[in-house]
Design a protein around this ligand. Structure first.
Ligand SMILES: [Zn+2]
Length: 289
């Protein structure tokens, strides 16, 4: 009796040990070279590039808020639906916050060049399906432009952009109507990803109100629009944040990324269509309707 119990414990322990040894990290930088090969196989060549930034986030949140939040959800999603997650990446568009301390704003050509070389290098290492998970609102024009630029020359991989950070409906009712940057939603999310970095008592030290300092008709765009409306690089009221709202939004974000990873793994059309397009683009006169 006792012998079989001991044997059972040993067998169970062996199983646990084997499992812990075979479970691959989702972090690119934590894998050994040999395990990286297995990781690419297990992920079916699907990799995540969580994209953050370094910029002021109101008077109460850390400079790396977007990076911290987007990595939190990307890593949790990849744990559920296996994908390899690229290390910290924060080389995006943030010229509009250059007047604030701690902002790191790379030049426009470097942003595009570095992103292209990064995805090229990821693909050379087997990431044939790259999902850029955007954590920063200021990248909203850069990333679709980057995706479109992939048609310029032939690539043997597909770039997918996922650029949603808040659900369009549901969840606990919100108290504020303006909530674009370091406000109710974003502050609530940091309360989940890094609660130790939220300085809630400072959330009202500055105004995050819309200052309406530009009078132009709708449809007319300028790069200074954000500074005109939110010169403190704060839009909303972080003091309205709650743990409950953060939990709802973060869980929604993670679940949605899991669905995105599944859809990308199942996608057989995009690369095939890209290849067809590149071939035709070499001989446009031969293209028939
Ligand atoms: Zn942010």
């Amino acid at each position: 009796m006792r012998k079989s119990l001991v044997l059972g414990v040993i067998l169970l322990w062996g199983e646990v040990l084997a499992q812990s040894q075979s479970k691959l990290s989702v972090h690119w930088e934590e894998l050994t070279a040999a395990d990286f090969r297995s990781a690419i196989q297990q992920s079916q060549g699907t990799c995540l590039l969580p994209f953050g930034i370094l910029e002021k986030h109101g008077p109460h949140l850390p400079l790396g808020t977007d990076l911290l939040n987007v990595r939190y959800v990307s890593l949790h999603a990849a744990e559920q639906e296996y994908a390899v997650v690229f290390p910290e990446y924060y080389f995006g568009q943030i010229f509009e916050a250059m007047h604030e301390p701690g902002t790191v704003a790379y030049s426009a050509p470097l942003q595009i060049g570095l992103l292209q070389e990064t995805t090229d290098e990821m693909a050379r290492n087997g990431c044939k399906k790259i999902i850029i998970v955007n954590g920063h609102g200021g990248n909203e024009h850069l990333l679709p432009f980057f995706a479109q630029s992939q048609l310029e020359r032939q690539h043997d991989y597909v770039v997918y952009i996922f650029d949603q950070r808040v659900p369009s409906s549901g969840g606990p009712p919100q108290k504020t109507s303006i909530d674009m940057h370091a406000g109710e939603s974003e502050t609530s999310k940091v309360m989940i990803s890094r609660p130790d970095l939220v300085h809630m008592e400072r959330a009202n030290n500055e105004s995050g109100a819309d200052q309406h300092r530009q009078n132009l008709p709708e449809g007319l765009y300028t790069g200074i629009w954000w500074y005109a409306r939110f010169p403190n690089h704060y839009s909303g009221d972080g003091s309205a944040a709650t743990h409950e709202l953060g939990e709802f939004q973060m869980n929604w974000w993670i679940d949605t990324i899991v669905k995105v990873i599944c859809a990308v793994k199942a996608d057989q059309e995009s690369l095939q269509l890209q290849n067809e397009f590149y071939e035709k683009a070499k001989r446009p006169l031969a293209t028939q309707p």
